[in-house]
Design a protein around this ligand. Structure first.
Ligand code: ACO
Length: 423
């Protein structure tokens, strides 16, 4: 194994040490070019590490995802979502007492200021819930101005509890607003996921009861979405944190990044795609269209996984549980057929395109009665656990500085200003 990289040009020879599988990009600067010190060019940060992190490990070729060393499959089977959130932030699985205390700290912060409901109400009835979520999350900073004192560990922790506690309340309020219903207040009687479901679906007329199998299916989805190392939204959170921001402002940036159809918005796009395909006999034609460059097979492919996304495997089991309770959805047959054809087609095989977490999650959300606009919100709620862990890691890492990438300038060289009358 190489432990250093030799750089040798006509004028300079240098040896860059390889540590943790990487060289320091600043080491390249020993080489002078016509544009100044040598830099690396990496659109989309495909091969550039922007931080050192001990939260989540992924081996994309082997299809491995681990949080703090624990495989996602085991966490999804044995843990609760709040237990995983504890693990992400604290590095260890909690004891029973630590978990009870953590749950108490998160759950006691579930209520939001009444004015937040007015913020949500000020949106049009058909506003996308992600926009309402982003606005209501960033507004928390104004209700808790001391959250800006990010150098104080106690305040960092308090506001992390607040955000994790309030996220389901805010998410549910955006949904209630869309359907023209009053928000439902959080209940101390219910756990994190069940309380979320109650705040979404409770009606004035009858006490809402969740089927435990459906609650567990959503809890599993929450665990699967809790963190995924330096993805687009977590990178947005870290970037906004790096200029010295509170957890609410950073999470709002994460929500914006997550909204895109290439990231968290993909599950909504998958459902749209399945509806457009409409029937099993149109699947081959759709696949051919993708191969001819007419759109993408949404829910397939991943920047990191070049093998089956381990989260997609767990989700497939949850799909069975949910459909057992709710009955079959014809779109599931289309999804299964798409997967079968794509996994045997050279276009997808040669590009290592496999189903990702979003391929089946939308079908589960639909079976749980969520409209498709809510799907990305259902991703944002659990991902907050990961964002909080990364926000804290970013702020406490002595190596870190404000994130400010270089560019390779491709524009004009200096030229003479042309007055308006001469243009
Ligand atoms: N359908 C068809 N072709 C695809 C797909 C797809 N879903 N994904 C990638 N490709 C093709 C590209 O056209 C490209 O082909 P080419 O080499 O002939 O040009 C090749 O595979 C590589 O694709 P890139 O876009 O370079 O891969 P990248 O790593 O940049 O993108 C991404 C990853 C954005 C996830 C991509 O696979 C995609 O758009 N998938 C569909 C959207 C999706 O499901 N996103 C959810 C990701 S998981 C998450 O965020 C939770």
């Amino acid at each position: 194994m190489a432990d250093s990289l030799q750089i040798s040009t006509g004028e300079v020879t240098a040896e860059l040490p390889i540590t943790e599988g990487a060289v320091r990009a600043t080491g390249l600067a020993v080489v002078e070019t016509d544009r100044g010190p040598l830099a690396s060019y990496d659109p989309g940060f495909v091969n550039t590490a922007a931080c050192r992190s001990s939260i989540t490990y992924i081996d994309g070729d082997a299809g491995i995802l681990e949080h703090r060393g624990y495989p996602i499959e085991e966490l999804a089977e044995k843990s609760s979502f709040l237990e995983v959130a504890y693990l992400l932030s604290n590095g260890e699985l909690p004891t029973a007492t630590q978990l009870a205390d953590w749950e108490y700290q998160v759950n006691r912060h579930r209520l939001v200021h009444e004015n937040v409901y007015d913020i949500i109400k000020s949106f049009r009835y058909d506003a996308h819930p992600m926009a309402k979520l982003m606005a209501s999350v960033v507004s928390q900073m104004t209700f808790y101005p001391s959250s800006r004192r990010i150098a104080e560990p106690e305040l960092r922790e308090l506001n992390a509890f607040r955000l994790l506690g309030k996220m389901p309340t805010l998410a549910a309020a955006t949904f209630r607003h869309s359907i023209g219903r009053h928000p439902v207040y959080p209940s101390d009687e219910l756990g994190y996921v069940e309380n979320f479901l109650a705040m979404l679906f409770q009606s004035q007329q009858r006490v809402w009861r969740s089927d435990p199998r459906l609650t567990r299916a959503l809890e599993v989805l929450f665990i699967l979405h809790a963190d995924h190392e330096q993805n687009c939204s977590t990178t947005a959170v870290r970037t906004v944190a790096s200029s010295g921001n509170d957890v609410y402002t950073a999470a709002a940036a994460g929500i914006g990044a997550l909204f895109g159809p290439l990231h968290g918005g993909a599950n909504e796009a998958v459902l749209k795609m399945l509806r457009e395909i409409g029937s099993l006999d149109r699947v081959p034609e759709f696949i051919q269209g993708v191969k001819n460059g007419r759109g993408r097979l949404m829910g397939f492919g991943h920047r990191v996984y070049k093998n089956y996304d381990p989260r997609a495997k767990v989700i497939k089991q949850a799909v069975d549980d949910v459909f057992e309770v709710r009955g079959m959805n014809p779109l599931l047959d289309i999804a299964v057929e798409l997967e079968k054809i794509a996994l045997n087609d050279d276009y997808f095989v040669s590009r290592k395109l496999y189903p990702n977490v979003d391929f089946y999650s939308g079908l589960i959300y639909e079976a749980l009665n969520f409209p498709s606009e809510m799907f990305t919100v259902l991703f944002a709620v659990p991902r907050t656990a990961g964002w909080i862990a990364h926000w804290t890691e970013q702020l406490t890492d002595p190596d870190q500085r404000i994130i400010r990438p270089k560019q390779l300038y491709t524009g004009y060289e200096r030229r003479t200003y042309v007055p308006m009358e001469d243009r």
